[in-house]
Design a protein around this ligand. Structure first.
Ligand SMILES: Cc1cc2nc3c(=O)[nH]c(=O)nc-3n(C[C@H](O)[C@H](O)[C@H](O)COP(=O)(O)O)c2cc1C
Length: 203
């Protein structure tokens, strides 16, 4: 039994405006790659991104005004690159504002390579890559939408792949991963602990 006045020690957060700036939460940080109408590459960082269930679906929240959203609607595909911690600045710069002519000149300095099953590109030196076909976009989360895709191809740098000869703790230590601590901070994760799953837990 819990204590009936437990909530008295908590601070209530106003919900008549977004709650997300009042505390930190842990998120991934990815670069979504799409193609602009003129055929040029678009990359945009997203942290509101996650697997959608245990099968190969992936989604992220997006503002419909972003080119990423229109590009996916038009082309039906997108790529996802998971940057390493030392690429955080590079990742952030992909959110630079567009010029008056609608271009993101900063992207011209990015080293990229082509996806193979979809028409798209990835950034070099990330550690994990997905090629996605657009599955569904769900509108109506206030002004935002949830863009979802089916992963049709996936690649990783060998050092980041789990293998039976290497302990998971050691793998994460040797090949650290990037976490976005919303809002506005990031962490390099190189230490971890085994999760205490309940005995006989089923997914
Ligand atoms: C760290 C970081 C995280 C972001 N996360 C998201 C996100 O989850 N969803 C989103 O719609 N925009 C997010 N943005 C903003 C977009 O990346 C940014 O507006 C981008 O320029 C949009 O580009 P586009 O118009 O080419 O799609 C984020 C920006 C940064 C710097």
């Amino acid at each position: 039994m819990g204590s009936p006045d437990y909530s008295a020690k908590l601070v209530e957060i106003e919900v008549d405006r977004p709650v997300w700036d009042r505390f930190f939460t842990v998120a991934p940080l990815i670069l979504v790659g799409t193609t602009d109408p003129d055929g040029s590459l678009d990359l945009a960082p997203k942290h509101m991104a996650m697997p959608l269930g245990w099968e190969n679906y992936f989604g992220f929240a997006c503002a419909p005004g972003h080119s990423t959203c229109a590009n996916i609607q038009r082309s039906g595909v997108f790529t996802v690159s998971f940057p390493r911690p030392d690429q955080v600045l590079y990742t952030s710069l992909a959110a630079s504002p567009r010029s008056a002519r609608g271009e993101k000149p900063v992207l011209q300095s990015y080293a990229t390579f082509p996806a193979s099953r979809v028409d798209g590109r990835f950034i070099e030196e990330a550690y994990l890559y997905f090629e996605c076909r657009h599955f569904r976009t769900i509108d109506g989360f206030g002004p935002n939408c949830l863009i979802t895709g089916k992963i049709v191809a996936a690649y990783a740098e060998a050092d980041f792949l789990r293998v039976s000869e290497l302990d998971d703790q050691e793998l994460i230590h040797d090949s650290p991963i990037l976490a976005y601590l919303a809002p506005g901070r990031f962490a390099r994760i190189d230490r971890s602990n085994k999760f205490p799953f309940p005995l006989d837990m089923k997914k």
